[in-house]
Design a protein around this ligand. Structure first.
Ligand SMILES: [Ca+2]
Length: 151
C-alpha cells in the first residue's frame, strides 16, 4: 500500500512536469502586434486645428518578445481611410501612436497626415492588416459616452 501511494505520487509529479514542458513553449509564443486603443473624440470642439487632429489617434502595441517590422501594415477606418506604415520597427513591448494630423514621425509617434478627422465620434471600426494584407485584428466602438476605446 505504501509503495503504491509513492508510485502514484511520483507519477503525478512526472505528469505535472510533462505538462509544464509541453505548455511552456505555447506561453512563450503568446503576444501579438495588435490594435490597442482608439482615442476617437479629441478633447474640445472639432476645429480641425493641428493639436485637435493630433489628439485623435489609434495605438498599436507589440506584446511579443521581439521587434516587428510594420512596413506595409495598415489601419483603415469604416470609410476606407487608410494609413500604411512605411519603414518602421515596433520594439518588443512597445506602443506606437498614429495621430490623425500632420507631424514629424518618431519611434513612438506616427502621423496619418490627414486634414480632417478619421475616427467618427459616435461609431467606427478600425481594421488592422499585416503586410500580406491578412487581417491582424479589428476594433469597433458605438458610443458617444466615452472618448476612447480600449481594443
Ligand atoms: Ca473624431
Amino acid at each position: 500500500m505504501h509503495y503504491t501511494r509513492t508510485t502514484a505520487a511520483a507519477l503525478a509529479v512526472c505528469g505535472a512536469a510533462a505538462l509544464a514542458l509541453t505548455t511552456a513553449p505555447a506561453q512563450a509564443a503568446t503576444g501579438s502586434v495588435h490594435l490597442y486603443k482608439i482615442y476617437y473624440n479629441s478633447p474640445g470642439t472639432d476645429t480641425r486645428s493641428a493639436s485637435s487632429l493630433n489628439a485623435e489617434y489609434v495605438q498599436i502595441k507589440n506584446t511579443t518578445t521581439k521587434s516587428v517590422s510594420l512596413r506595409g501594415w495598415s489601419v483603415t477606418d469604416a470609410s476606407a481611410h487608410k494609413y500604411t506604415f512605411a519603414a518602421f520597427t515596433l520594439g518588443a513591448g512597445k506602443t506606437v501612436t498614429i495621430h490623425t494630423g500632420k507631424g514629424t514621425n518618431t519611434a513612438a509617434n506616427r502621423y496619418w497626415g490627414s486634414g480632417n478627422y478619421i475616427w467618427n465620434n459616435d461609431k467606427d471600426t478600425a481594421t488592422f492588416k499585416n503586410s500580406a494584407g491578412a487581417k491582424a485584428g479589428a476594433c469597433s466602438y458605438n458610443s458617444t459616452k466615452a472618448s476612447y476605446k480600449m481594443c
